[in-house]
Design a protein around this ligand. Structure first.
Ligand code: IPM
Ligand code: MN
Length: 343
């Protein structure tokens, strides 16, 4: 049965990297039917609507969404971002955000010590709650007496389900990251649910770190980590750090999924890169690896393994974009992966 993929390159670098990911999926022989949707800043500026009802229905009905990146310097209005990516994550209830960091070639590592370069970890980020829900307000706005609040929402169900999911993905250990020493209400709930869920998985080692210590340990020796589970904001921040450990933002993939409904949205961790977008300089690997995660999620395990192996081989051969030490353009870097899938 062919699966329906909604292709949403969106803005900036997204428009360059998503076609490369589709090219790789086609070369891998993925049994997908693709439909592209124009959700971007151009149409938002013209119509004031981030996603039309008609497109929304199609996105909802698709088996998965392959997403690029959202944002445009012409649209500083946070409503646009909230109406695209955050709406998709929240309304499709894609509560698990998987952000793996695997070092494909040692030359890409900023770590001086060789024994610390075996980076192969997974950040499991809660994706539908926390400080991202947009609750709060501004009082006496625009005056010197202004007060702004931003509520950090943590629910029993939301915390429990992300912790449970993390245990399902761990081989060795789950590290839970919070800031419960300073943020005691939210942290208290996380701590209680953590202890309860950990007790149900006695076969997996567990450890707790405060987020500041986690950042320090990730730089000191990332090879110690297997699965890190954390809330929305800390997951966002730590996954930029882990991206840098494996060669930079251009290489890091992500999956936004709901394990119960099966819905998923797959996007590179990098943003729209307005400084280099449109010049063929953007690295397509983050998008290609995200497409690989989509393939895995849709049940084509061997194809996913083949895509990742092709990426690794292209990187090791230096057939990649400048940010990874190569000299290829975006589409040539995509071709380097395709060539390996065809051999
Ligand atoms: C990411 C991005 C988004 C986030 C932004 C664009 C809202 O940084 O996917 O990591 O913070 O989740
Ligand atoms: Mn981010």
């Amino acid at each position: 049965m062919t699966q329906k993929i909604a292709v949403v390159p969106c803005d900036g670098a997204g428009k360059e990297v998503v076609p490369e990911a589709v090219k790789v999926l086609k070369a891998a022989g993925a049994p997908f039917e693709y439909e592209s949707f124009q959700v971007d800043a151009d149409s938002y500026i013209k119509t004031g609507v981030a996603i039309t009802d008609e497109v929304w229905k199609e996105l909802q009905a698709a088996d998965s969404i392959l997403f690029g990146a959202v944002g445009d310097p012409r649209v500083p209005d946070p409503k646009y971002l909230a109406g695209v990516l955050l709406r998709l994550r929240f309304e499709l209830d894609l509560y698990v955000n998987l952000r793996p960091a695997r070092l494909y070639d040692e030359r890409l590592s900023p770590l001086r010590r060789e024994d610390r370069r075996k980076v192969d970890l997974l950040v499991v980020r809660e994706n539908t709650e926390g400080l991202y829900v947009g609750m709060g307000g501004r009082f006496k706005k625009g005056t010197e007496d202004e007060i702004a609040t931003q509520e950090d929402i943590n629910t029993y169900r939301g915390v429990t389900r992300i912790l449970e999911h993390a245990f399902g993905l761990a081989e060795r250990e789950v590290v839970m990251v919070d800031k419960s020493n300073a943020m005691t209400y939210a942290g208290g709930l996380w701590q209680e649910r953590w202890k309860a869920v950990a007790a149900r998985h006695a076969d997996i080692k567990t450890r707790h770190l405060f987020v500041d210590a986690a950042a320090m340990q990730l730089v000191k020796d990332p090879s110690q980590f297997d699965v890190i589970v954390t809330g929305n904001l800390f997951g966002d921040i730590l996954s930029d750090l882990t991206a840098e450990l494996i060669g930079g933002m251009g290489i890091a993939p992500s999956a936004n999924i709901n394990p119960t409904s099966g819905r998923g949205l797959f996007e590179p961790v990098h943003g729209t890169a307005p400084d280099i977008a449109g010049k063929g300089l953007v690295n397509p690997i983050g998008a290609i690896l995200s497409a690989g995660m989509m393939v895995e999620h849709l049940g084509h395990h061997e194809m996913a393994v083949a895509i990742e192996a092709a990426v690794e081989s292209a990187i090791r051969a230096g057939e990649c974009t400048r940010d990874l030490g190569g000299s290829l353009s975006t589409s040539e870097a995509g071709d380097a992966v395709v060539k390996r899938l065809k051999d």
